[in-house]
Write a protein that binds this ligand. Structure first.
Ligand code: HEM
Ligand code: HEM
Length: 189
């Protein structure tokens, strides 16, 4: 890459970076909780369910913010641009991740309502039940949510693998578009 090109490269806005890394940190806790809570018995099981659900709600609000913010602040162009197929693959994975972050909490919420389990994020307030009690519907929705959870894990393996491949093997500026400036991130575009 020519030196002039590198100097012109810009990264995501500070709010987009902040929301990205907070989301990543929250999912690093809530996905393992989701996997463990469904496989253990005892009182701890219910505590883990609560924390999984509460953190999932926080992720949902962050995802709403991210999508709204992105509409007003599209990411700066990549310098140099990615090959077309790679750019399309990256866009597809990002789009599916946003879709999952927006849809999964809602499916979890409707599933909980159908089982009649109350949802009280962080014990602060009670969310309304979205549907009447219907355990068969609840089972279908939570099964769907569980499968979607595995799909998200697969997408994240691709996503994080691609980010590390760009940074460590190709050695381009991809990761620095998203890193905080204090850790070598590019200036916002
Ligand atoms: C664990 C949860 C994570 C989720 C849900 C997630 C999701 C996303 C999404 C939706 C985008 C697209 C942003 C946009 O264009 O609006 C994105 C961008 C990005 N993510 Fe993640 N991410 C996660 C973790 C990570 C990790 C651990 C890394 C690094 C090792 C990483 C590196 C990146 C980079 C470099 C970009 C910018 C790509 C570009 O310039 O086009 N992400 N992430
Ligand atoms: C984006 C946020 C979320 C992600 C990525 C996620 C992911 C997961 C994962 C990976 C599992 C384990 C699946 C398995 O063991 O096979 C799971 C289970 C579960 N999640 Fe979530 N979850 C999220 C948000 C929520 C929210 C907000 C709620 C409730 C309102 C919720 C309710 C549940 C329930 C009840 C289960 C157990 C399903 C069962 O009994 O089979 N999740 N989730």
């Amino acid at each position: 890459m020519a030196r002039g090109d590198a100097a012109a490269a810009r990264g995501y806005s500070a709010p987009a970076r902040g929301a990205h890394w907070i989301t990543a940190a929250l999912l690093a806790v809530s996905i393992p909780l989701g996997l463990v809570m469904t496989r253990i018995e005892g009182d701890l099981k219910f505590t883990l369910y609560h924390w999984h659900e509460w953190i999932g709600f926080a992720v949902w609000w962050l995802a709403l913010f991210r999508v709204a913010w992105r509409i007003g602040h599209p990411p700066p162009p990549r310098i140099p641009p990615l090959p077309r197929l790679q750019a399309a693959a990256a866009e597809a994975v990002h789009g599916l991740l946003y879709l999952a972050l927006l849809a999964m909490p809602v499916v979890g919420w409707i599933g909980n309502s159908a089982f009649g389990f109350p949802l009280e994020p962080f014990g602060l307030f009670r969310l309304p039940d979205l549907v009447a009690k219907d355990e068969a519907l609840g089972r279908v929705l939570l099964d769907l949510h569980g499968w979607a959870g595995w799909a998200v894990i697969g997408l994240l393996v691709l996503h994080v693998g691609a980010a590390l491949h760009h940074h460590l093997v190709v050695r381009d500026l991809t990761l620095r578009r998203m890193l905080p400036q204090s850790l070598g991130g590019l200036p916002p575009g």
